[in-house]
Ligand binder design. Structure first.
Ligand code: LMR
Length: 432
């Protein structure tokens, strides 16, 4: 290359470099705040106090404070290790086998829900594998943003910290409806109904199927009936989030009462269409395998076809197709009656420990100055304490106890070795 050519080229590339850096404004990228839930784990890891307790993220730990692999999952992995012969891509919305397992698991309730079975037989349910619950929420939110003309999505106050971020990023407009009253540590059902009635007709409404995150306080069967009547009257589009199926009762088939009501209403044409985001992160302990699903119930099989084609069109440019290891574990477990019952029993053991820990914590909290009964009444992975953000921060700085600022404790982090330290810290912080 001639010297003159070289300098000309260098000048050119410097010019383009400096204009790119001007466009990118690297120095102006603001520091984002830590994630409200996962940021707690990061802070916990950096804490050197040997007594530290992580009650932030909703992920199961055993009585020794260790994460577990469900024995049935381990068994399925052993089977896969010997039998698996390829690691090919799964189709864009997962394998037919996975879809059918999920449909039957959620909607047909092992042949016990005639309405769900009817919807499946009529080809009215489109199910796709997604990147766990968050991926499922994002896919349906993107889909609704494209095809549903009302962008308002009503979410309970409070709700899982990531819901609002997912919906906002997808272009929907989240608005809160009343759900819980921290001054009484209970559902505020009268205002819940009122705020839904006051909301714009045809909004999308997010409902937690069970083990409401973060409060652990669910609607009763009668309250569900009332809410689903409002859904009909206001012509809302129901979006159900079911991340903790099985954690309310210990039995995943017990926890889908709300879904059974919806399948009935769908067959009666009263709520002809709804969507359900589901995940195996918690109930099979497949957290990092990122395995979940989106199911959308539509009016007829014809609509189901175009809907599925649009889901594929949406997913392909984002992540092409979902990961396969988790879905293969699920397929293996559901393939064998014995493994399936082993998994159900593993799940019931996990939920049993959470219930024990919940009762023990309730028992150890000082009731002389405040009522802690809500802790005992709540269900699932969390205790929604009613502590203020300031009290949660004091627990962190003075005791190295890490819950989220909204007063939520992930109770699976509690065990025989730390429960007294925790109860004592809460009692000290709340002392009058
Ligand atoms: C939680 O609420 O802690 C879990 O759902 C985990 C997460 O991703 O936030």
């Amino acid at each position: 290359m001639l010297k003159s050519q070289f300098t000309k080229q260098t000048r050119l590339s410097f010019r383009s470099l400096s204009s790119t850096s001007q466009l990118l404004k690297w120095n102006e990228i603001p520091l984002a705040p830590p994630d409200k839930i996962l940021g707690i784990t990061e802070a916990f890891i950096n804490d050197t106090n040997t007594k530290k307790i992580n009650l932030g993220v909703g992920a199961y730990r055993d009585n020794a404070g260790k994460p577990i692999i469900f024995p049935a999952v381990k068994k399925a992995e052993e089977i896969l290790l010997t039998k698996e012969t390829e690691k090919e891509y799964t189709p864009i919305v997962g394998s037919k086998k996975f879809q059918s397992i999920v449909k039957n698991f959620i909607f047909n309730n092992s042949n016990k829900d005639a309405n769900g079975k009817q919807l499946i037989d009529d080809g009215r349910i489109v199910t796709g594998q997604t990147i766990s619950g968050t991926g499922s929420l994002r896919v349906i939110a993107d889909f609704l943003n494209r095809f549903y003309s009302n962008k308002t999505i009503l979410v309970p106050k409070p709700t899982w910290a990531n819901h609002v971020a997912v919906f906002n990023d997808a272009g929907l407009k989240p608005e809160y409806y009343t759900y819980y009253d921290t001054s009484i540590n209970d559902l505020d059902f009268a205002n819940l109904k009122k705020s839904l009635l006051d909301a714009p007709n045809e909004s999308i409404v997010l409902l937690h199927a069970c083990c409401h995150n973060p409060t652990g306080m669910d609607l009763t069967s009668e309250q569900w009936d009332e809410i689903l009547q409002i859904v009909q009257d206001k012509q809302f589009f129901p979006l159900i989030d079911m991340a903790y199926q099985g954690f309310a009762s210990g039995d995943p088939y017990e926890d889908i009462g709300a879904i059974r009501k919806l399948t009935k209403l769908a067959n009666e044409g009263k709520i002809p269409t709804f969507a359900l985001c589901q995940s195996f992160a918690k109930n099979m302990g497949l957290y990092g395998e990122r395995t979940g699903s989106i199911s959308i119930v539509v009016e007829d099989a014809e609509k189901a076809k175009s809907l599925e084609s649009q889901l594929k069109k949406l997913v392909r440019p984002i992540y092409s197709s979902p990961p396969i290891h988790g879905s293969k574990i699920i397929e293996t477990i559901f393939d064998q009656e014995e493994l399936l019952s082993a998994w159900l029993s593993d799940l019931s053991t996990v939920v049993g420990r959470l219930n024990t820990v919940r009762a023990q914590l309730h028992q150890k909290l000082d009731k002389s100055s405040r009522n802690w009964d809500h802790i005992a009444r709540q269900r699932g992975m969390f205790a929604y304490s009613g502590l203020t953000a300031e009290q949660m921060q004091r627990l962190r700085s003075e005791y190295s106890i890490y819950g989220t600022d909204d007063g939520r404790f992930s109770i699976s982090g509690i065990n025989d070795g730390n429960i007294d330290y925790l109860a004592n810290a809460i009692n000290e912080i709340t002392k009058k």
